[in-house]
Design a protein. Structure first.
Length: 210
């Protein structure tokens, strides 16, 4: 009896999914001759006779049909609409001074924050250097531990100050954003007033021509 005569095909029904089109059944073909528990060696030999048939094209199509596409998030940074006509809607000198002062203050805070971060990094390097000396140097262990403790306390103080400085910087950024939004609102009000003025002039011209 040939291997083909010993093979039996069993068709397993596939579960329907929603309104999908009928999907072809998956077929399993296996050897039915001498069907009994096998040891590891016989299992490898029998496995060579077995075949596993899967309609890959149908399976791939089903995956493509049921694949859910995640929505793409299009997050844009806050943009302030610039004036189209600077002559009609000029920014006041006081507002310019406030903007420049705010920029200068932010610049100083950023530089100060950068300097403190560099100093904190330097303190960390000194602590690591002293810890290395603690293992290799012949100096007094207590003296080195005191220096490490002193530097650690100073480091903690600067870390607290750095947190406060970072919080202040974030508040200034929020104030800057709020200030720009207020300017935008003023621009919109001025634009509406100019439109109303234009409409009024047009109505006056129509009345005069009558």
């Amino acid at each position: 009896m040939s291997d083909k005569e010993n093979q039996t095909t069993v068709e397993l029904p596939r579960r329907e999914r929603g309104n999908e089109k009928p999907i072809e059944q998956t077929k399993f073909t296996f050897d039915t001759l001498n069907f009994k528990p096998l040891d590891d060696t016989q299992l490898v030999q029998k496995h060579k006779k077995s075949s596993f048939i899967v309609n890959t094209s149908t399976e791939q199509k089903r995956n493509e049909d049921t694949k859910e596409t995640e929505p793409e998030l299009n997050i844009q940074p806050l943009k302030v609409q610039h004036r189209q006509n600077k002559e009609d809607m000029p920014i006041s000198s006081k507002e310019k001074q406030e903007v420049e002062a705010l920029k200068d203050e932010l610049f100083k805070l950023e530089n100060e924050n950068k300097g403190h971060q560099e100093f904190v990094a330097l303190l960390g390097m000194q602590i690591e250097s002293l810890r290395s000396e603690l293992n290799a140097d012949s100096r007094s262990v207590q003296e080195i531990e005191k220096q490490i403790e002193s530097l650690s306390e100073e480091l903690n103080e600067y870390e607290e100050y750095d947190k406060e400085l970072t919080s202040t910087l974030e508040n200034k950024n929020e104030q800057g954003i709020e200030f720009m939004l207020n300017i935008k609102k003023k621009d919109e009000i001025i634009s509406d007033l100019l439109n109303q003025l234009s409409e009024t002039k047009f109505k006056i011209s129509e009345i005069q021509t009558q």
